[in-house]
Design a protein around this ligand. Sequence first.
Ligand SMILES: C[C@](O)(C(=O)O)[C@H](CC(=O)O)C(=O)O
Ligand SMILES: [Mg+2]
Length: 309
Amino acid sequence: MLYSTKTPAAKRLALREMLTPGAARQFPGAFNPLSAKLISEKQFDGIYISGAVLANDLGLPDIGLTSLTEVATRAGQIARMSDLPAIVDADTGFGEPMNVARTIQELEYAGLAGCHIEDQFNPKRCGHLDGKNVVDTDTMLKRIAAAADARIDQNFLIMARTDIRAVEGLESAIDRAKAMVDAGADAIFPEAMKNVAEFEAVCNAVDVPVLANMTEFGKSELFNRQQLADAGVALIIYPVTLLRSAMGAAERVLDAISEDGTQQREVDNMLTRSRLYELVDYEAYNRFDTGIFNFQVPTLDIDSNSANL
Ligand SMILES: C[C@](O)(C(=O)O)[C@H](CC(=O)O)C(=O)O
Ligand SMILES: [Mg+2]
């Protein structure tokens, strides 16, 4: 009932322990708290909270328009729904190093297990689009050092993302990854790798966990878990997959209603009422109420003029 009973500290520890090289832990992206429940029920390793999804959910493009407050609030609502550790996309950290420091503490207090901070310029772009740009190494290292210094719980995972691969090539990505680890990054997110060999090269170059972003319609092919495990990847995200699937289904049912005058042809694809109730644990709330309101209604003894209470 209600939320996770596991503390953020326990989730952070669990995250640290699961991220070994080649473990290829799978973190699907939750687009709302309910989908985080579904991910937990399906026994995935953790929850990813995508910046693109949070922006798109507000009807906005993923170009750094969302605020720290919006991201921390929504990510907290998603994270508390699950016993699994949740990692959130903190974009460029929402400003200068001092803002990055505040970002880390806000996300810790929101119950997240970790976040990633990237080296893009503002306004940022999706990592799989052309025309993005990155800040110089020194600026990025200041972001990471500020993040690492600001953290209260040493197990809160600070992952550094570099988008430099698409701008300057793999060698620069590896150099930057190493420098970011030296500056205090606990894990590396090399964005827009072209093939498995590139993931493997990054994994071999650093001795911290490496993430693979398996976003659809992007620059990386959709490698499977085994391929990424063999390359040494510790963590795989599927950031926008559930939002894309849910919105695809929504579009199909809207077309059915307008074309057929009824949603009938799509009903079999829907989550049933009972399955939805099961997901929100309706039964547990009923049991709770029954436990509280289990008294008998008192009878009134009108003749003696005294209530039999
Ligand atoms: C991982 C990512 O940063 C996100 O916000 O989910 C995006 C995903 C996407 O746009 O497909 C990214 O820049 O790769
Ligand atoms: Mg993002």
